[in-house]
Write a protein that binds this ligand. Structure first.
Ligand SMILES: NC(=O)c1ccc[n+]([C@@H]2O[C@H](COP(=O)([O-])OP(=O)(O)OC[C@H]3O[C@@H](n4cnc5c(N)ncnc54)[C@H](O)[C@@H]3O)[C@@H](O)[C@H]2O)c1
Ligand SMILES: [Zn+2]
Length: 288
């Protein structure tokens, strides 16, 4: 609120241009500020973290978190431009890099099995800081997200839904740990591991394929899920997810297409509380 006051006091008018230089937190909040200040002024995003370059800067979702849940206060408000300069990434900590790679793995898993296999070898060779690989992965991720977003700008036609892979459980983890414990992409890594287990419980993925996918994710070292988290608390949070329609969770899961050696992403509205509990118990037992 004080920022609005300062801008008003300094007489920033409708012709102001806000430039958000920083990670996703800066982009989301400056974008939200731009969308609400004087009912909307122009803004440009200059994402400086890997996560912001591959994910949060694209798509026009702006907003701030609330203790009741993730991104509950926000708007759709596209920036005039996004400038991705990959040399910013040189100063990121490995935790920040892993968080961004989490979203890159998501893009691979929802779109291209060959890309998943390639990532597996990149992680085995521990090349997560390689700038040319980061540039290539960023370009692919941005293209994929921009293509989905441009067909469903306001997230109403379920075209963007696939991008939510790993986010239902991931958002619940972030919220239950007060947004302080996990980086966004770290929670999404756990979220994808959960969705893979659930896909297998729903008999859409074979154990073998699920293990290959999980192996890629296990290549990323992330903080463990606190053992104090209860299933009831996680389930309650997941049911508050924005993807709940008519009281039913639509879980973005993976399905094996044996004939093409591919996996495809789909939305499952038949996930039962029993399925969720089974997946939760399994993930809490899984090596962390
Ligand atoms: N709008 C969307 O569609 C969308 C999508 C995904 C995530 N998000 C949001 O994005 C936020 C997370 O973004 P984030 O992961 O970028 O975290 P962040 O913005 O909190 O940045 C993480 C840390 O990196 C530092 N940092 C930024 N750039 C740096 C650089 N070049 N070198 C060294 N340090 C640098 C920051 O100061 C901060 O301490 C979350 O709030 C999440 O909800 C939004
Ligand atoms: Zn995300």
């Amino acid at each position: 609120m004080s920022l609005y006051g300062r801008l008003l006091k300094e007489g920033a008018g409708r012709d102001a241009l806000f430039i958000a230089i920083g990670g996703g937190t800066v982009g989301d909040s400056i974008g939200f500020l731009a969308s609400t200040y004087l009912r909307g002024v122009d803004w440009v995003g200059v994402p400086t973290t890997l996560l912001a370059q591959v994910d949060s800067s694209i798509g026009g979702k702006t907003g701030v978190n609330h203790s009741e849940g993730k991104n509950l206060i926000g708007s759709f408000y596209q920036p005039k431009a996004v400038i991705c300069e990959t040399s910013f990434l040189k100063t990121l900590s490995s935790r920040e890099l892993i968080s961004g790679w989490g979203e890159i793995i998501k893009y691979a898993m929802i779109s291209d099995w060959k890309w998943v296999k390639r990532l597996e070898s990149i992680f085995v060779e521990r090349k997560i800081e390689d700038l040319s690989l980061l540039t290539e992965a960023t370009l692919r991720a941005v293209r994929l997200k921009a293509e989905r977003v441009s067909r469903d700008e306001f997230d109403r036609k379920q075209i963007r839904e696939a991008l939510n892979f790993g986010h239902t459980f991931g958002h619940a983890l972030e919220s239950l740990t007060g947004y302080q414990y996990f980086q966004h992409g770290e929670a999404v890594i756990w979220g994808m591991r959960f969705a893979i287990i659930l896909s297998q419980i729903r008999k859409k993925l074979s154990l073998e394929r699920a293990n290959v996918l999980d192996q890629v994710l296990r290549g990323m070292v992330v903080p463990p899920i606190p053992v104090t988290l209860s299933f009831e608390a996680v389930e309650k949070k997941m049911l508050r997810d924005k993807k709940v329609r008519n009281g039913k969770l639509n879980f973005v899961l993976l399905q094996e297409l044996p004939q093409k050696n591919q996996v495809r992403v789909y939305s499952d509205s038949q996930v039962t509380p029993k399925n969720l509990r089974e997946a939760f118990e399994k993930i809490m037992r899984t090596p962390q």
